[in-house]
Design a protein around this ligand. Structure first.
Ligand code: ZN
Length: 82
């Protein structure tokens, strides 16, 4: 694993494998839009950054989420039905 993944942890969910990094409030210096609730994450708010584990080279694919939204994403997304 390269340096780019040294500070991220792998998480697996129903939507695949993800690399997740927790961002402390002190390092949250910009406004991001959370894809989970479509609201803004204000500077200074601790949150998480997640991106697909099989696409670790694409910084542009990183998404900033509220921590609660990230943990709740399985419930928000449409589930596969038989
Ligand atoms: Zn959110």
């Amino acid at each position: 694993m390269g340096a780019a993944t040294g500070w991220a942890r792998a998480e697996s969910g129903s939507d695949g494998e993800w690399l997740v990094r927790t961002v402390p409030g002190a390092q949250a210096t910009k406004v991001y839009r959370c894809p989970g609730c479509d609201h803004e994450i204000q500077p200074g708010v601790p949150h998480v950054v997640a991106w697909p584990a099989d696409d670790m080279g694409s910084v542009e694919d990183r998404r900033h989420w509220h921590r609660a939204c990230w943990q709740a994403r399985d419930r928000r997304r449409p589930t596969r039905r038989r």
